[in-house]
Design a binder for this molecule. Structure first.
Ligand code: MG
Length: 266
């Protein structure tokens, strides 16, 4: 397979954004916002954008499979798509739905293309600023068409990042509270896509993650790796969407990542 052209994806995202996302921004009716079974919000825009991307991406790459956040809500079995020897798209139609529904600025559209356990390409698009961060396995990370590499991290007490606030097993709840004081700032954006872009741009340094839904992490993980960053499960090994495991540290570099893993173990 040839690489998927970044400009083609950008133009698809630009069009979807102008047609379905931006007209509804700060313009949603009560009936456009619903609660899913897991209590997360979903809007009519999430559903529409996912449906469009399902059609467009599977047409772009015939015989490819599609895993979408909203499709998963009703069809959890779609995660088995990753086990097939086929190209597979993973889509988060709106990452940061709560921000979007509240008219806040941090929300993104995220896409990844994988084959088996290999993440081949990924894209995170910010509709409001028309900015695109993308990566190709073995080919680096681009932000607005410019190659970026993570600048090595500062001493841990100067670093900024996030620690998931939910979904921890009981033994980790106190640990996560206690390690916060080691960092300069611990704050979530409510939009992991923005966090991944800021880590790739060396604006932030780490994320400590509990639940690992593939649409939340496939795109960003490739972007971080290709920009020179680090990721590891608490019990070692890099993120792999076939494992369906929890608990991951993503960091600007190995030194910081290992330091955070040590803090968690102490
Ligand atoms: Mg979403």
């Amino acid at each position: 397979m040839n690489e998927i052209n970044n400009n083609e994806i950008k133009s698809i995202l630009f069009d979807l954004s102008n047609k379905f996302i931006l007209p509804m921004y700060r313009n949603l009716k009560d009936t456009d916002v619903m609660k899913k079974k897991n209590n997360d919000l979903v809007t009519s825009v999430d559903l529409q954008v996912e449906k469009e991307l399902n059609n467009i991406l599977c047409r772009l790459l015939p015989n490819s499979l599609f895993v979408g956040e909203e499709k998963f809500s009703n069809t959890p079995d779609i995660l088995n798509s990753y086990l097939e020897q086929k190209y597979c798209w993973t889509v988060d139609p709106i990452d940061g739905t709560t921000n979007f529904a509240q008219g806040k600025e941090k929300f993104a559209v995220m896409i990844a293309l994988s084959f088996g356990d290999q993440i081949l390409q990924s894209w995170i698009y910010k509709p409001l600023t028309e900015e695109l961060c993308c990566a190709i396995k073995g080919g680096g990370t681009l932000f607005n068409e410019k190659k970026i590499n993570i600048v090595s991290s500062l001493s841990i007490d100067k670093t900024k990042g996030s620690i998931s606030s939910k979904y921890w097993d009981e033994n980790y709840i106190n640990i996560m509270q206690n390690i916060k004081s080691n960092f300069a700032e611990v704050k979530s954006y409510g939009c992991i896509g923005f966090e991944y872009i800021d880590m790739a741009n060396s604006v932030r340094d780490f994320a400590v993650l509990s639940k690992l839904s593939p649409w939340d992490h496939l795109p960003g993980i490739l972007i971080i790796r290709e920009a020179g960053g680090f990721d590891s499960y608490f019990d070692k090994g890099m993120y792999n969407h076939l494992f369906r495991k929890k608990n991951l540290v993503v960091a600007a570099d190995r030194k910081l990542g290992n330091k955070i893993l040590e803090l968690i173990k102490e």
